[in-house]
Design a protein around this ligand. Structure first.
Ligand code: PLP
Length: 338
C-alpha cells in the first residue's frame, strides 16, 4: 500500500532508531530526562523563545497553550478552517470555556482586515472579550497553505495592540519554513507560544513541542500534568524528536516536490474538478460532482493507494518521507488509471 493518508504514518528511520537506542533515561516528571530537557531548551532557543515543553500530541500542546493564555469567560479568534476549531473535539470550549470567533479567508490564511473586523468591542458588556489569536501555518484544511512573514507580523502586531495572546499552531511549521525561507527566529518573534509536531513530516513516532516564555512554560508544565500528559522515561522519544529536527527537516523540500508532481498529474485527469494551489506537502483536489468520493477512494485502495476524504467532494493526499521514488512512479500510474 502506498499510504498518502497523512504524514503521521511515517516510521522511524534506521538512523532515528539508532539514536533512540542510545538515549540515556531519566524521569521527566521529575525534570530528570536529559535529552528531553535538551530538546525543549534547544528548540526554544532556535525560535528565539525561552523555554519548551515536550507533549504527547499536537492537540495537547495547542489545548494547553489556549488554556494557559486565557481565563473564562472569553473568546478566541481563529480561521474557520483551523485545526483547533475543527479537529480538537471542541477543546476550546471544553477545556478553556472560550467561545470561538471565526474568520473566513482564502486557504485558511487570516487577513489583518478580518482580524480587525472579528475583534469584539471591549466596552460592549454583551461580548466575551477576545483573549487569544490562533494562527495555523501551514494550514492543513487550507491545503498546506503558508503565511508570508509580513502577514504573520501584521497579524501579531494587531493582536498585541488589542491585548490578545498570539499562538501559532505550527504542526507543520517546518514545512512552511522550508517552503517560504523565513527563519525560525523571525517566526518566533511573532508569537507568544508555538506548537510544533515532531510526528508529522519530520518523521518522529510521537511528540510535539510547545514553546514560549519561561513563565508560560512553567504553568504549561502544570497543565500538562492536569491533562494527564506528564510522561516518565521520555529519552527515546526525545532522541527521535531531536533526530527528526536535525536530520529530517531539510528533506521536507523533497516532499513538496512530490506533492507538486502529483498535483500536476491529478489536475489533468477527468475526475478532477479543481486542484487547490500546492505550496507544501498536501494535495487537495475536488472530484467532479457526479463522482462518489468513497467509491473513488475504494478504487484507489483496490489498486494500492490510500488517501482520505476531506469534506464534500474534496480528497487529500499527503507526501512524506516513507514515499519512495518507486512509490511515486506506481502512484502516478494508479492516479492515471482511474
Ligand atoms: C496534526 C495537527 C495537529 C495535532 O495533531 P495530533 O494528532 O494531536 O498530534 C494540530 N494542528 C494541525 C494543523 C495538525 O495538522
Amino acid at each position: 500500500m502506498i499510504d498518502f493518508r497523512s504524514d503521521t504514518v511515517t516510521r522511524p528511520s534506521q538512523g532515528m532508531l539508532a539514536a533512540m537506542q542510545k538515549a540515556p533515561l531519566g524521569d521527566d516528571v521529575f525534570g530528570e530526562d536529559p535529552l528531553t530537557n535538551a530538546l525543549e531548551r534547544e528548540t526554544a532557543q532556535r525560535f528565539g523563545l525561552e523555554a519548551g515543553l515536550f507533549c504527547p500530541s499536537g492537540t495537547m500542546a495547542n489545548q494547553i497553550a489556549i488554556k494557559n493564555h486565557s481565563s473564562a469567560p472569553g473568546s478566541l479568534i481563529c480561521d474557520q478552517r483551523s485545526h483547533v476549531y475543527l479537529y480538537e473535539v471542541g477543546g476550546i470550549s471544553f477545556h478553556s470555556g472560550l467561545s470561538p470567533i471565526l474568520t473566513q479567508d482564502e486557504a485558511g490564511l487570516m487577513q489583518p482586515s478580518s482580524l480587525l473586523a472579528a475583534l469584539p468591542n471591549p466596552h460592549d458588556l454583551h461580548k466575551a472579550n477576545a483573549q487569544i489569536l490562533v494562527l495555523e501555518n501551514t494550514c492543513n484544511k487550507g491545503g498546506g497553505s503558508c503565511y508570508e512573514l509580513d502577514q504573520m507580523q501584521a497579524l501579531s502586531q494587531l493582536a498585541r495592540e488589542n491585548n490578545l495572546a498570539v499562538h501559532l499552531d505550527g504542526a507543520r511549521l517546518a514545512n512552511a519554513i522550508v517552503a517560504k525561507g523565513y527563519s525560525e527566529k523571525e517566526v518566533g518573534a511573532c508569537f507568544d507560544s508555538i506548537s510544533i509536531c515532531l510526528s508529522k513530516g519530520l518523521g518522529a513516532p510521537i511528540g510535539s513541542l510547545l514553546l514560549g516564555s519561561a513563565d508560560f512554560i512553567r504553568s504549561a508544565r502544570r497543565l500538562r500534568k492536569l491533562f494527564g500528559g506528564g510522561m516518565r522515561q521520555t529519552g527515546q522519544l526525545a532522541a527521535a524528536g531531536q533526530y527528526a529536527l536535525d536530520q529530517q527537516w531539510d528533506r521536507l523540500a523533497e516532499d513538496h516536490e512530490k506533492a507538486a508532481e502529483l498535483g500536476q498529474l491529478i489536475a489533468q485527469q477527468a475526475y478532477c474538478e479543481e486542484l487547490a494551489p500546492i505550496q507544501t506537502n498536501i494535495v487537495l483536489f475536488r472530484l467532479k460532482e457526479e463522482l462518489s468520493p468513497q467509491a473513488f477512494l475504494d478504487q484507489l485502495a483496490a489498486k494500492g493507494l490510500l488517501a482520505v476524504p476531506f469534506g464534500g467532494q474534496w480528497i487529500r493526499l499527503v507526501t512524506h518521507l516513507d514515499i519512495s521514488a518507486a512509490d511515486m512512479q506506481q502512484a502516478k500510474q494508479i492516479l492515471r488509471s482511474i
